[in-house]
Design a protein around this ligand. Structure first.
Ligand SMILES: Nc1nc2c(c(=O)[nH]1)N[C@H]1C(S)=C(S)[C@@H](COP(=O)(O)O)O[C@H]1N2
Ligand SMILES: [Mo]
Length: 555
């Protein structure tokens, strides 16, 4: 087969060259759209995480260097995943434009480009921790159909069309040597290029219309069909047990947010609870399929179904504040909920956990590994395998059906969501996901306090106004919160009642503001006497430190 450059054939200077290039780029885009649409449809058979856009996005998360990831979390916050998907689509679109242009010069190169693009999708999907060989299917089928689309779209841009004889483009009878499947394939691959001096716009736009239709129907249909993996229904039907040990009642008036505007509520609603994880598509685990497996240093490990866990007679309910290590000074990656679950220490002992395990490696259904110190899992009083959050089954985003919680440790070393395996091992034997990325292997939560109100740099009139916020030091509790205005002495704030050492405390200090600019600074002291350090540290590698300050304008 000989390649011929249709542009060269026309001397590259024909008036239609620019238009032809634009249409070729469009052909590349359409072929990519068809590929992605078809891939979504196939992913509806295999599972949502096998969608190549999702798989490539997930792989990007895995491969992205920590500083970039930290930047993304800082910049996009809870929208980091949307930003990633949009970014992935933009890269794909640019690549597709190039493929279209390349295809104009050589269809074989164009097809090769699409197949390469498919290969990236296949590799990304198959190598996902939760992925199997089947996960490669959506990208593979998508790329093949995308290649067919490209081969259908390019020829009309390269075929000479004698205006008076449109039939010559597409012979209706079998007399042409190009006819028949082999001939068509040869034609499509460029061997059949004739002088290449014109284009058949009508046929191009008709084919484009078909491509748009296929992409939209396959993509939209695929996304719709993927909803069959949703476990929202099963989650709604799940009945939670009553705790044998209920949470201590909150004293009347415990929540200072009722009287101070802008203060974080004592208990965070599920919909408002911060979310941090690497999952682009949230794992969907059917309660009836759920299995928790114990491996490693256990004398008598058992496997548990969800019902086994729900049926236990030692269920506890506790109010616990959970925090992310990525939380910056003044940050909001923390929340408090009323959790319901199995006491972790008792559970581990019952399975004969051995003394020579110092790390529990928890694995989620999507392949995340989170390593917690065995000592904390055994000894921290309210550590649990949680299945309930604020009176509901865990929301799917927060780990349905079961997650781990160990008060006093950042989430990345304790709070494994979608928990399916606990391996009793050692720190020497295995580095979990974040530790592989150089975060600290052990990370107790640092004493922390934050000013919620007044908001920085928003002007308000002179007079009395509450300065307020939250402070936490899980497992130790907060004893004191102090506020410094400008160069005045530290003033002690009023605290919400101490409910549990694992729960944050709200603090309030009414203050008479004079006109002008003021700087407000807060610091907390834990019940065991550690005052929050002024020393600034970034979240990496074991949590941010430093006092939170805000500037306010009074006028
Ligand atoms: N499976 C899984 N569990 C996970 C994570 C994750 O990425 N995957 N992130 C951890 C981190 S870093 C934190 S801070 C908490 C956050 O829990 P939340 O999203 O319910 O607030 O979950 C932890 N558990
Ligand atoms: Mo985290």
């Amino acid at each position: 087969m000989t390649e011929r450059d249709p542009l060269a054939a026309t001397g590259g200077g024909a008036p239609s060259t620019g238009v032809r290039r634009v249409l070729a780029a469009l052909a590349g885009l359409l072929a990519a759209a068809v590929a992605l649409g078809v891939a979504e449809l196939v992913a509806a058979l295999v599972g949502p995480a096998s969608s190549p856009v999702v798989a490539v996005g997930n792989a990007a998360i895995t491969l992205t260097p920590e500083p970039v990831k930290a930047f993304a979390i800082r910049t996009f916050g809870e929208n980091d995943k949307i930003a990633l998907i949009v970014g992935t689509l933009v890269v794909i679109a640019l690549y597709a434009l190039v493929i279209g242009l390349l295809g104009l010069r050589s269809r074989r190169l164009g097809v090769l480009g699409i197949l390469l693009f498919g290969l990236v999708g296949v590799v990304a999907a198959v190598t996902r921790p939760a992925g199997g060989i089947l996960y490669g299917l959506p990208a593979l089928v998508g790329a093949l159909v995308g290649a067919v689309a490209l081969l259908a779209l390019l020829p009309p841009l390269q075929t000479p069309v004698p205006a008076e004889d449109p039939v010559a483009v597409d012979p209706p009878t079998g007399t042409s040597p190009q006819h028949g499947l082999a001939g068509r394939v040869r034609d499509a691959l460029g061997a059949g290029d004739r002088k290449g001096s014109g284009m058949d716009r009508r046929r191009f736009f008709l084919t484009s219309g078909v491509a748009v239709g296929v992409a939209a129907v396959a993509g939209g249909g695929g996304r719709l069909l993927q909803q069959r993996f949703d476990v929202a229904g099963e989650r709604g039907d799940l009945a939670l047990p009553r705790p044998a040990s209920p949470a201590p009642a909150l004293p009347v008036g415990a929540d200072l947010a009722r009287r101070v505007e802008g203060l974080t509520p004592l208990v965070t609603r599920n919909a408002e609870f911060y979310r941090v994880d690497t999952a682009i598509t949230v794992p969907q685990i059917r309660p009836s399929d759920y299995q928790l497996t114990l491996t490693g240093k256990f004398d008598s490990p058992t496997s548990y179904t969800l019902q086994d866990l729900l049926d236990r007679d030692d269920i506890i309910e506790r109010d616990i504040t959970l925090t992310c290590v990525s939380n910056e000074v003044g940050g909001r990656l923390a929340g408090t909920a009323r959790w319901l679950g199995v006491p972790l220490g008792a559970f581990l002992r019952e399975n004969g956990i051995r003394d020579d395990s110092n790390q529990l490696v928890c694995t989620s259904s999507d392949g995340m590994t989170i390593g917690a110190p065995t000592r904390s899992a055994l000894d921290v009083e309210d550590a649990m395998l949680a299945f309930g959050m604020n009176g509901e089954p865990l929301p799917v985003e927060h780990g349905f059906p079961v997650r781990m919680l160990i008060p006093g440790l950042y989430g990345y070393v304790s709070a494994c969501k979608w928990l399916t395996r606990i391996d009793a091992t050692t720190f020497d034997a295995f580095d979990p996901y974040w530790v592989q990325r150089d975060w600290a292997a052990e990370a107790p939560i640092k004493v922390f306090s934050r000013i919620d109100t007044p908001a920085p740099l928003r002007a308000f009139p002179p007079g009395r106004r509450a300065i307020a916020g939250v402070a936490w030091a899980q497992t130790r509790g907060i004893a004191r919160v102090e506020v410094k205005v400008d160069e005045e002495d530290w003033a002690e704030a009023e605290l919400s009642p101490e409910v549990d050492a694992d729960l944050w405390r709200q603090w309030v200090l009414p203050y008479d503001f004079a006109a002008g600019q003021h700087s407000l600074t807060v610091r907390a002291t834990s019940s065991d006497g550690e005052t929050q350090t002024e020393q600034r540290a970034a979240p990496f590698p074991n949590g941010a430190s430093g006092w939170h300050s805000v500037r306010v304008i009074v006028r």
